[in-house]
Design a protein around this ligand. Structure first.
Ligand SMILES: [Zn+2]
Length: 387
């Protein structure tokens, strides 16, 4: 893979890669293999500049906001942005134009889009009890962006194929396809396990560096697990979902191994800023897949059941339900795939993701100066740790 100076390499076409790797073990064929790798690279690589990553993120975010609506509250956006920017400033990509968006839905979820767009739902804020928990979830999403998982998740779907000489800039049709594929992989499928583990581990390290208690991410995930365990017994999936337990164990392990020592939680400041009441899972109104455009490619033009269902059936058992985007344990994940059959199971019904959203997709503008950020950190006993 080539990597440009300014951007990253998008692998659009993953065909024949496994064949090449299999051959790579045979020394005698090394010359041939190298040639093969080069040729494959020329076919499938697409340069994405930082500006193109921005464009992609902006368009994907617009889709997410169309789907769920945006809470039209400046104070709520200001508070979430202050917490988010405190963390982002200590991340490996502090200079991205970070944007924090509160989605108008009771479902508990968070979505990272490329280029610095972090979305968190009103339902997730309602479930949290202090600022450190919010910081943990935002940091997890921030790492999805700084680690470029958001780009990689789209690549893995193999949904977009492009020629070597194509670029996103000035190619509206290609951009549309990439936006659709990225939206689908972020909202519908979530990230892969390795990306989730990396986001959990790097996320707790990140919040601890600025002073927050790192265990807070585990605390909010455990509370979510508990809420869902008591709320939908008929599924019987939530209490013992292995992915969530493995994530909780992973977070605890990271804190011990890296000797993370942050202690700030700020429950009082959180309660003053966020006053939403959490809703039990059973009270969350949902919309059906077709109406919400949940299968991805075109929410307005596809009111019918998804043509992507067949593909989803194949891909989902492995990838579903393992992110903050899939925060809910058992939301169409391994167990439900194994135990439930029928058309509902194919998509993996997920009340959090399928939750009804608000109707106003407009961004809420927030202006935060360096002095504002400094004052916010100081008042909270936080520091401006570098990356
Ligand atoms: Zn995640």
């Amino acid at each position: 893979m080539r990597v440009s100076r300014t951007g990253m390499t998008v692998v659009a076409l993953l065909i024949t890669l496994s064949g090449v790797e299999a051959g790579a073990g045979q020394l005698g064929q090394l010359g041939k293999v190298t040639e093969g790798v080069k040729k494959v690279g020329e076919l499938r690589d697409l340069q994405v500049t930082d500006a193109e990553e921005q464009q992609l993120g902006q368009d994907v975010s617009a889709r997410i906001r169309e789907r769920y609506g945006v809470v039209q509250s400046a104070p709520v956006h200001r508070y979430v942005s202050l917490v988010g920017r405190t963390i982002a400033a200590a991340s490996s990509r502090p200079a991205l134009p970070w944007t924090f968006i509160v989605l108008d839905t009771d479902g508990v979820n968070a979505f990272a889009a490329p280029g610095g767009y972090v979305h968190i739902t009103r339902g997730a804020l309602a479930l949290m009890q202090d600022e450190a928990e919010l910081a943990g979830v935002l940091a997890h999403e921030i790492v999805h962006i700084t680690g470029k998982h958001t780009i990689r998740s789209m690549q893995k779907t193999k949904a977009v194929q492009m020629g070597a000489s194509e670029t996103l800039s000035g190619n509206a049709a290609l951009l549309d396809r990439v936006v659709a594929a990225t939206y689908e992989s972020i909202v519908e499928r979530g990230f892969g396990r390795e990306d989730e583990r990396e986001s959990d581990a790097a996320g707790v390290a990140l919040i601890s560096r600025v002073g927050y208690q790192p265990a807070a991410l585990g605390t909010i995930l455990a509370r979510l697990k508990e809420r869902n365990a008591s709320s939908r017994e008929r599924r019987g999936l939530f209490a013992s979902h292995p992915d969530m337990q493995s994530r909780l164990d992973g977070i605890a392990g990271t804190i011990t191994k890296q000797k993370l020592t942050g202690t700030v939680t700020l429950s009082e400041r959180y309660r003053q800023a966020i006053t939403y009441t959490p809703k039990p899972l059973s009270d969350i109104a949902t919309v059906d897949a077709g109406a919400a455009g949940l299968t991805g490619s075109d929410s307005k033009a596809a009111p019918a059941p998804a043509p992507a269902d067949d593909k989803a059936k194949k891909d989902e058992p492995r990838r579903r339900s393992f992110g903050l985007g899939r925060m809910m344990p058992g939301s169409g994940g391994e167990k439900s795939q194994a135990q439930v059959t029928g058309s509902g199971a194919a998509r993996g019904v997920d009340p959090e993701r399928d939750a009804r959203g608000g109707s106003n997709p407009a961004l809420v503008a927030v202006s935060i100066s360096a002095a504002d950020l400094q004052a916010f950190r100081k008042a909270g006993g936080l520091t401006a740790a570098g990356a």
